[in-house]
Design a protein around this ligand. Sequence first.
Ligand code: C2O
Ligand code: CU
Length: 463
Amino acid sequence: MIATRRDALKLAGLAGLGAGLPRGLFAAEEIPELAAQVARLQLLPDSYPQTEVWGYGGTIPGREIRLGQGQRLRRRFVNDLPQASSIHWHGIRIDNAMDGVSGLTQDAVAPGGTFDYDFVTPDAGTYWYHAHNRSWEQVARGLHGPLIVDEAEAPDVDREEVLILDDWLLNPETGQIDDSFDHPMMMSHGGRTGNYVTTNGRYNLSLPVRRHERLRLRLINASNARIFPLRLSRLEGWIVALDGMPLATPAPVEDVLVLGPAQRTDLIVDVLADEGETADLVHVGDAENFSQVVFTVSGTASQTRRAAPVALPPNPKMDRPDLAGATPLRLVMSGGAMGGMDSAILNGERMGFRELAAAGRFWAFNGVAEMTDTPLADLGLGEPVRLEIVNDTVFPHAMHLHGMHFREVSKDGALGPLRDTILVGGRETREIAFIVDNPGDWLFHCHMLGHAASGMTTWVRVT
Ligand code: C2O
Ligand code: CU
């Protein structure tokens, strides 16, 4: 057991001593704490042993954080883990100093240490927070939770559910998390995918609903590398937001909905199933489909169907980039198994693939297999940018930009919806564009977290 700051306070008999002392002296203590802790939970079915996890507040998923649009979020991160850590607030257009990237925007917080996060949430929507130090290990151990920013005016739904989709790589005998986080096989292929799929930490999440009930579902993919292909059964649904940002027009869900690592999709769904039936969020499997979430119907919310939902209120305006005048950037992703990358730069030197692999590097961005002191681009505030992403590997990659949202540029030059993470298929080329509107140093990396750790991380500087 490691001694924590709070244990030390208790030992010294100091906890709660703030009362009676001049105000201001202990003012900092009023920040609510968010502790990352080791916990044992019944993740597997009851007949299996408990699993040791790392969780915020000791739970899986981490404690939900919810606040209103434009409000200030303050949390004192308390690191009760045996490893240094930091918290990244994924998708928030945040003050750079609060972005939580250890090694770039802050030092990792040592075991027993604390860090005060304090920022404003300008946009309503579905976000999440997760560890950003050794994230390929720490997120896999459970360090993630939902961050929900409520619209000033709530949409017309009966209720909402936050659904965190995840997978775990567990030893079926011991029930413990497989700790081969750095295994070359995981790094060099699709990433660490688990053998146990959960929603909100449950393999069989079942939620009671009523016929014709209208729900808002906030889907968050918190897995290290799994792409979730999902389908609605006995539910009629509309996509109303992607990566937190409302769509101008709700888009009916007609087919399979793909949720890449770190991506979010907000759905409004109407329950069509009858009393005694189930409606399902179906995980479309390679061999077999299974139910990611079961909605069991009892009772009726209304006799008739409602009209299609209206769009969520828009977030503060983000200007569309003028493509003709935009600064062109290019990112070529290479490497991985069957990728044919024969060399790349590491520690400033050109190395062959085998040497790179021995150093735990399997991927490169523009021929460089490490995060260097030189950013991918030095950008000016207000500058429009278009970035071509060339995936010269056989694997898909979920590319995430910190601090800003972007739009995809389609082949005909049209701009898609705002996103913070784009899933780029194997051997695919995609293009994104945005106006650089947030100063600071911002990471741009693959959210298959093992990939980020083994070569797929770069950054942009905005001044
Ligand atoms: Cu969700 Cu750099 O991370
Ligand atoms: Cu990747």
